[in-house]
Design a protein around this ligand. Structure first.
Ligand code: SF4
Length: 340
């Protein structure tokens, strides 16, 4: 797989008044060129921090990149200057946030906000900077492409005049304005009702295909993962505990946490008459993260070694990785892929 983004041993901490939150504790991830990778997990597991690190848009006064690399097309994004990053942000890597209102300026028309992005980064077919008139026309065309009705009229309206779904479409238009190579969508459908969610996911897929972009989608919702992603990384306690293709995660999952997530969603077939289960307990405190497996306190298979030592990443196939002591050759408990 040719990776457009490769994250190696990323460690990120936040300094809060109550101590250092070790939000990301050694994450390795790859996004294949043209691929869709879902980063899945409960809130506080480090999924958003990992993805936002690619854009370097945390509160930088409180954030410390402890170690690691984020390679984008061969360049380490953690090593370049803020000025170089500004040329990449919004231009080569686009971002869609959970709450579209946070991405939009409430006192500017939607059309002008998209045109502003185009004026900053966009180019005409001849490679020249766009004129304000061309940028404005292209902004209206983008609103049409994301299926906003009456785009000429809508371009002159302010964000508060749009519905939630329509706003998220406008944000997608803005993120796609410069045809970025990578698009990061942080819980893009969480704030929307179910029917609008499906439309937004379809739109994301369509825009990704059209612009040939690679997509990282951050979500807690395995339904979203199944709908849109080709591969997924399940995060827990600041670590990737399992990663693989959608088939690996949904049909051959080997980590007890992934199994717990799957058991907590309804299935259309197979086990549909079984009651849904929840994962008892709470995630670990990342101010004092456990020395061993972060899932120990919630895991029905936990052994003594789980509490004391962090399990290494085991490769179950070329595409499938899992961090669990049960996969260690010395472990007395043996699991088969997908058969916990
Ligand atoms: Fe459970 Fe131990 Fe595996 Fe962690 S390492 S998931 S505690 S069996």
């Amino acid at each position: 797989m040719i990776a457009i983004i490769e994250i190696k041993d990323l460690r990120v901490s936040f300094h809060a008044y109550f101590g250092e939150v070790q939000a990301v504790r050694g994450v390795n991830l790859k996004l294949g060129d043209g691929d869709t990778l879902a980063i899945v997990g409960e809130s506080g597991c480090g999924k958003s921090v990992t993805a936002l690190s690619i854009m370097r848009i945390h509160n930088m006064d409180a954030t410390e990149f402890k170690s690691g690399e984020i390679l984008f097309d061969g360049t380490d994004l953690l090593k370049i200057s803020e000025k170089e990053m500004q040329n990449i942000r919004g231009n080569r890597i686009g971002m869609i946030f959970q709450d579209p209102m946070t991405a939009l300026n409430p006192s500017m028309t939607v059309g002008n906000q998209i045109a502003e992005v185009l004026l900053r980064h966009g180019r005409s077919a001849g490679g020249k900077r766009l004129s304000p008139k061309d940028a404005r026309e292209r902004a209206t065309e983008l609103l049409r492409r994301v299926k906003i009705p009456s785009p000429e009229r809508r371009a002159s309206q302010f964000p508060h005049e749009f519905s939630g779904g329509m706003l998220q479409r406008a944000v997608i238009a803005m993120a796609m304005a410069c045809s970025p190579e990578v698009l990061i969508a942080d819980e893009p459908t969480t704030a929307l009702d179910v029917t609008v969610q499906a439309q937004i996911l379809d739109l994301l897929k369509e825009m990704q295909r059209e612009k040939r972009a690679s997509l990282i989608i951050i979500t807690h919702d395995l339904g979203v993962v199944a709908n849109i992603a080709k591969s997924a990384a399940v995060m827990y306690g600041g670590l990737v505990v399992e990663a693989g293709t959608i088939g690996d995660i949904f049909y051959r999952s080997s980590h007890p946490y992934t199994r717990g997530l799957l058991d907590s969603i309804s299935r259309e077939s197979g086990r549909k008459n079984e009651p849904l289960k929840s994962i008892e307990g709470t995630p670990p405190d990342l101010v004092n993260p456990p020395a061993g497996c972060p899932f120990t306190d919630r895991c029905e298979y936990a052994m003594r070694v789980c509490k004391d030592r962090l399990p290494p990443e085991s490769a179950l196939s070329e595409t499938h990785l899992c961090r669990c002591w049960m996969l260690d050759p010395e472990c007395p408990l043996k699991i088969e892929r997908g058969k916990l």
